[in-house]
Design a protein around this ligand. Sequence first.
Ligand code: GLN
Length: 195
Amino acid sequence: MTHRIAVLALQGDFAEHENALRQCGSEFMEIRQRADLQKSFDALVIPGGESTVIGKLLRELELFTELQARIQAGLPVFATCAGLILLADRIENDSAAYFRTLDVTVRRNAYGRQLGSFHTEGDFATLGRVPMSFIRAPSIERVGNGVTVLSEFDGKPTAVMQGNQLALAYHPELLADHRVLAWFLERIASRGKMG
Ligand code: GLN
C-alpha cells in the first residue's frame, strides 16, 4: 500500500522536510489551506519554524480543529522542533498551548546561550548514533506515563513517541542522514501506525 504524507506547509522548514521525504522515496502533498484536508493522506509532518506563527495560521486558516481531531484519532505525526511545541500538552514558559495531543511539557528556546543553535550526535532508539541539529530548540521538561523517550541530550529527552506521534526537539530534516524519518516511515508502512 502506498502511503502519502501530508506536510504542513504554512511556515518554517517544510521544504527541507519535503526534500527528506523525496530522498526516502515517499509520496507527499502540502497542507496550505482547508481544501487540502479533503485529499487523502496517511501521516502528517509538522516542521520546525516558529510555533507561534504556525499556531496562529492553523487557526486563521481553519485547519486547527480538524487536524487536532485527526491526530487524536490516531493520524501518525512526525514533528520537529516547533512541531513538538505545537503537539505539547503544556509550554512551561508560554501561556499558549496548541494541539495538546502529546503528554509532555516543553520549554521554548531552552538550549544554547548565544545563537541558541548547536550540533551534536546521540543515540536514537535502535538506530545507534544519529546527528542532531538544535536551533533555538525546546527542551522537554516532563513526559507523561504513556510517552516513550527515544533520545536524550544533557539528561533531558529530545525525541519522544506517544501513540502515533513522534516528536523531536532537533531537526533531522536539515541533515543528509534521513534514518530517523525512514524509521518513522517504515513503522507506519508496515503497521499503518507507529506503535
Ligand atoms: N524557537 C522556535 C519556537 O519557539 C522553534 C525553533 C525551531 O523550530 N527551530 O517555535
